[in-house]
Design a protein around this ligand. Structure first.
Ligand code: PLP
Length: 377
């Protein structure tokens, strides 16, 4: 990562806001535990500093998607902390998974067979979760597969089943009828394994007004994204992003701006260009439709977003706000990750996970130091 003195944009990740969100979710989920989903480098925010802050706050259960992510993550966690791999086991990956002390989420009868065979061979009990497909048709055992295991318990020989999970397809739509249908199916199938912990809710599900079984698996809500569409977002913002102005200019009437000269005005304009583009995860889709904020004033993106830069229409702003090196808010108090996602026709998950590697990154604890924003990592 570039140093903040020379970087063209500064990404700030507020670990205190993360912890505030964790505590909020704990209160909503109780008595269920809150597990943290830190896949995709904690949605782009840095899995190591995020997991360290969450363990300090009392979180003991973590989920990643890939085994390779678990290998990178395991040394950061203590042996008291559970690390699950959502995508389960690739053929032949069971030895690496067991050696790493990661717990696979077994998604098929073949994966159950692989894990059990390893446990028997190693004469060791190996922990695992089972995922049940209750209607999303993505990953997991079918209810029929579960019945097969339930009648032939030998299939789980050597396996220490610590968790049964399923995943909701429509948890971000609180009134979608599929939510209740999936929960009913989950309860029926999980009844084959009395006493084993159960988990079905992601962030959206955690805000649904009902019980949450034994554990929720929270991702986007920890990172400040809105868990449910069309409802006010109760989460604290975790990410802010400020880009530096490289230069500004006065553009005469009828002169085009950017690739394709697509942005043209009948009036003279003033523009400012920043060093953030689609290679930094700022969606190209935001050309001529996205916004930024300078001293709290909204300015529009003019023309196409380039790979490494984009231009703002700053007509009417005084020179002193446009000095090269001064900061423009891309994410912050005036513009959330959900606002940007809406402008780009996507979801906050995609905005976060694409955030670029060319930004300077500070993990800060804002509340702990109140006015003084301190560097932590
Ligand atoms: C990504 C993921 C989550 C977290 O979802 P959020 O909506 O980000 O809270 C939970 N469970 C599974 C199976 C996932 O793939």
């Amino acid at each position: 990562m570039p140093d903040r003195a020379i970087a063209s944009a500064l990404l700030r990740i507020d670990l205190d806001a993360l912890i505030e969100n964790y505590h909020f979710l704990c209160a909503r989920a109780a008595p269920a535990a809150v597990a943290a989903v830190v896949k995709a480098d904690a949605y782009g925010l840095g899995a190591r500093p995020v997991a360290t802050a969450l363990t300090d706050a009392g979180c003991t259960i973590f989920f990643v998607a890939h085994l390779a992510e678990a290998l990178a993550m395991r040394p950061v966690l203590s042996s008291d902390e559970d690390l699950y791999v959502l995508n389960g086991l690739q053929p032949g990956a069971e030895g690496v998974c067991a050696a790493a002390g990661a717990i696979p989420v077994l998604n098929s009868l073949d994966q159950v067979g692989q894990w059990s065979a390893l446990a028997r061979k190693a004469k060791q009990r190996l922990r695992a979760a089972l995922q049940i497909d209750t209607g999303m048709s993505r990953l997991g055992l079918s209810p029929g597969d579960v019945a097969t295991i339930a009648t032939d318990r030998q299939r789980l020989a050597g396996v220490d089943l610590s968790l049964i999970i399923s995943h909701l397809a429509c948890a971000d739509e609180p009134h979608h009828p599929a939510n209740a249908v999936q929960v009913d199916a989950f309860e029926k199938v999980a009844a084959h394994f009395p006493g084993v912990a159960r988990s079905i809710d992601n962030s959206g599900g955690t805000l649904l007004a009902r019980g949450h079984f034994d554990m929720v698996r929270a991702g986007i809500s920890l990172y400040g994204g809105s868990p449910q569409s069309g409802r006010p977002n109760p989460m604290a913002a975790v990410v802010s992003l400020d880009a530096r102005i490289i230069q500004w200019r006065d553009v005469p009437a009828r002169v085009g701006v950017g690739y394709g000269l697509r942005s043209v005005s009948d009036q003279p304009r003033r523009t400012a260009t920043m060093g953030v583009g689609y290679a930094d995860g700022w969606p190209r889709r935001l050309g001529d439709r996205g916004s930024a904020f300078i001293a709290g004033r909204r300015v529009a993106i003019a023309g196409r977003v380039s790979m490494d830069s984009m231009t703002l229409d700053v007509t009417g702003l005084p020179d002193e706000l446009l000095v090269p090196g001064s900061l423009v808010e891309l994410l912050g108090p005036h513009q959330t990750i959900d606002d940007v996602a809406a402008d780009a026709d996507t979801i906050a998950y995609e905005i976060l996970t694409q955030l670029g590697r060319r930004f300077a990154r500070d993990h800060v604890r804002i509340a702990a130091t109140t006015a003084q924003r301190s560097l932590r990592v």
